[in-house]
Ligand binder design. Sequence first.
Ligand SMILES: [Zn+2]
Length: 563
Amino acid sequence: MFTKAKIFLSFLIVLSGFSIAQEAAQIDLNEVFANRTEQYFRFSLESKDQIENLSKLISIDKIESNTVFAYANRAEFETFLQQNIHYQLLNQPNYLFEAEMYNSGLKQTYAWDQYLTYTDYVNRMYQFANDYPSICQVFSIGQSVNGRELLVAKISDNISTKEDEPQFFYSGQIHGDELVTSILMLRLIDYLTANYNTDNQVTELVNNIEIWINPLANPDGLYAGGNTTVTGAIRYNANSVDLNRNFPDPQDGSHPDGKSWQIETQAFMNIAAAQNFVISANTHAGTTVVNYPWDTWTTRHADDNWWQLVSHEYADTAQFYSPSGYMESFNDGITNGYDWYTISGGRQDYMNYFQNCREVTIEQSVQKFLPASELPAYWDYNRQAMLNYLKQVTFGFRGKITDFDSGLAIEAKVEIENHDNNNSFVFANSLGNYYRPIKAGTYNLIFSAEGYQSKTILNESILDYQSKIIDVSLQKLDLSIDSPDKPIIEFSNPVQNSVLRIISPVQIHKMTVFSILGQAIQTVENEDQFELVLNTQNLTSGLYIFVLQFSNGKASTHRFLVP
Ligand SMILES: [Zn+2]
């Protein structure tokens, strides 16, 4: 009750902070942006269709019924003004906020109820590696515009060995003014390292997952007021760019915000490309909800039912450990991203579409500037939910894909037939291990790799919270399949009039058509004729391969073009 009352009181303060209605005609931008790089404001929507356009001009923070709360830097705000929408400037979210900071000079122990200086944050991160060197490594994946470190803690058993374990990535505070998120991530690292080998749940997670945690994705935003305080934290980075609108977008191209990739954005793109993250999450504040893909378009994710399952699991667990009202809005604490409001250039859609990683957006507190004394309560609300989501990476189809002849690993593609779309398939990692989280059901799995004959495994059933191992070996689609003294055949290339006609001096026994990536598309049994005719009407334009097996046991491989 006490906590609830306090939240309510804070809410009133925030409400009373909504002020300074100004008309576009009389606004003095020099004055508005005199002491700040970004401005918070709100306006009403006449129709939801406006969001698609506005979302590319300004940074929409949240939408409550038809009221939009947004941020803009000066250039973005000027563009917004041209839309002639009536708006109200709002006090910054940090209005009247005075952060309570931990002073490591005065106190040895940290009780997680204060905010950390930049130095204390960095020291605390490296301390995890010092304290638990057998299960934790800490390193920088790059630096911010102002040279602050983007730190990651990697937690796993046999920390120096790459094992058959799925990689999971947690990342917080890409918006510098969403204070709770980095502390919760930092505390998760503490919880996983300190309880290893004493708590069964933690031990199992650390033994079976390679866990990557980046508590602070936007250090320049958090420490915009200086390294010793988080008072004055801002949403954007030091170049006044919203990093969560700065990623390549499946629908809106490489630079959906019209800005170059920031150094922080590049660091996250590089680490995602270098690793094989299976599941990830990006944590925020401003409301409480689990927001699942996609943000950029209405199309549902191929694994929409899986997204609803794991999102509800997070929200339900958070509800269980919190006072009533927490993570209950929207659809009982979850929402499809586009259904709430569309954004372009978010990291969630980037990870899903371009990195084949299932990333979700988790909003952990209504207040961006949460009083530090409430941090322990928010840890209690989210701890088990964060652990459960982490554990999801151990469920689904998994296995090892190898070369039939050599036994070497293949970084093959694993696709669910008649199910996957928009790059929802996954790839095996450098060890040949793949991990495919999926909702309960019965599926056909297609394994393919360039230069190999693809293989389809039919009717594999799986339950929720189950892991099923399917190991596969693929046979090389080797051009040296050509037998010595193979028959010299004739065929029309490119294909003419949608017919591929092959004439051979030796009877043709069988033909198999492959995509250029080696996926078998069609087989023709020819009853050992000298001529074979393939109708190519159903093949899209492009290059294909066919392999002929002749009645005399010889074989040959050819490429042909469908115009
Ligand atoms: Zn955010």
